[in-house]
Design a protein around this ligand. Structure first.
Ligand code: FES
Length: 104
């Protein structure tokens, strides 16, 4: 689900990093947002809502709606669409409000 060739735009080569989503390795490009890396890997559901448990993923993509919240290295409520991946980052899908120090 990643664009490697484009008829007009030049796509620069990127350094590859490995992050982990719910303990599964995900290959990402350096400077990808977490959301971009997850979507490129076929993952579109990042969390489930507190009240009804409905799935959520990217909605606005610009850090305004909070639909894309995930737990990053134990820190809940991180907006995946505006947070860049880092080598070895541990990402977890979030249920409800998330909890500080959620075990990986
Ligand atoms: S998709 Fe809206 S804040 Fe991330």
């Amino acid at each position: 689900m990643r664009i490697y060739k484009h008829p007009i735009l030049e796509i620069a080569e990127a350094k590859i990093v490995t992050v982990y989503m719910d303990s599964q390795p995900i290959i990402a490009h350096e400077n990808d947002s977490i959301a971009a890396a997850l979507i490129a890997s076929g993952i579109s559901v990042f969390r489930h809502t507190h009240k009804t448990g409905e799935p959520r993923g990217v909605f606005c993509g610009i850090g305004q709606c909070a639909d894309c919240l995930v737990i990053v290295n134990g820190q809940p409520n991180v907006r995946a669409c505006v947070t860049l991946v880092k080598e070895g980052m541990q990402i977890q899908s979030q249920s409800g409000y998330g909890q500080v120090g959620t075990p990986l």
